[in-house]
Design a binder for this molecule. Structure first.
Ligand SMILES: C[S@@+](CC[C@H](N)C(=O)[O-])C[C@H]1O[C@@H](n2cnc3c(N)ncnc32)[C@H](O)[C@@H]1O
Length: 219
């Protein structure tokens, strides 16, 4: 079993690692050999959208996923997540790795077709509205709401990322994206499967939610 990073941050400011975070880690562990083989010869670019505490990006660095040498981008709208991601990297002796946390929204600051491994545990809880981005760092309640709520069907944020997948991923790129059952992931797979190879990597009941992680790659 691969080690899980030690995380100690103020969880009134960033999303506390939860069942969904651990399901994503387990999915990456399931795919360890696949990732090592696919990216063995490259200097891969890994990009996590919404790193929050930084647990997932640090897991990748700590366990040399997908390769011993890689560039890790970690893009979050929450300014505290930028600080937390660097803090978690440091606590786990990964601060000498090539890590670049970026405060930005989703793929807005990424160059086209450059990401080899895209990771996203999105805000997926269905809600009528997604709050506006706060004007100050101190509006921590809203930053935390933005970690959770995903608008209609909980898919508003994830859908943006899925629509941009072709522009985001490199030719050999793969994306690991987490869904809850209320996101209707089977319908999404049906809509996308003629253009993408889509594999269910892990599915787990978490309280009253059923969470799943799918891997997307080009046909
Ligand atoms: C469910 S949390 C996941 C945190 C962490 N990756 C984990 O697994 O524990 C979702 C994260 O997405 C971030 N987020 C929400 N909307 C975003 C956006 N438009 N662009 C970038 N990050 C966003 C939140 O700030 C939060 O850190």
């Amino acid at each position: 079993m691969l080690p899980t990073p030690y995380v100690k941050y103020d969880f009134d400011k960033v999303y506390e690692p939860s069942e969904d975070s651990f399901l994503l880690l387990d999915s990456l562990e399931t795919d360890q050999a696949y990732l090592n083989e696919r990216f063995a010869e490259l200097f891969p670019v890994v990009c996590e959208l919404g790193p929050g505490s930084g647990i997932v990006t640090t897991f990748m660095m700590q366990n040399e996923l997908p390769a011993a040498h890689a560039l890790y981008l970690a893009v979050d709208i929450n300014p505290w997540a930028i600080e937390a991601t660097l803090d978690t990297a440091k606590r786990n002796n990964c601060d000498k790795k090539l890590i670049e946390p970026i405060q930005s929204s989703l793929t807005a600051s990424l160059r086209n077709k450059q990401v080899d491994v895209l990771l996203f545990n999105p805000p997926y809880v269905p809600a009528e509205e997604i709050p506006d981005i706060p004007e100050t760092r101190d509006d921590t309640d809203t930053w935390l709401d933005l970690a959770l709520v995903g608008g209609k069907d909980g898919m508003k944020i994830t859908q943006v990322v899925l629509d941009q997948l072709d522009d985001t991923l490199s030719p050999q790129g793969v994306a690991y994206i987490l869904f809850c059952a209320r996101n209707k992931p089977e319908e999404i797979v049906d809509q996308m499967k003629s253009y993408w190879n889509i594999e269910l990597i892990q599915r787990r009941k978490a309280g009253w939610e059923v969470l799943s992680v799918y891997r997307f790659s080009r046909k």
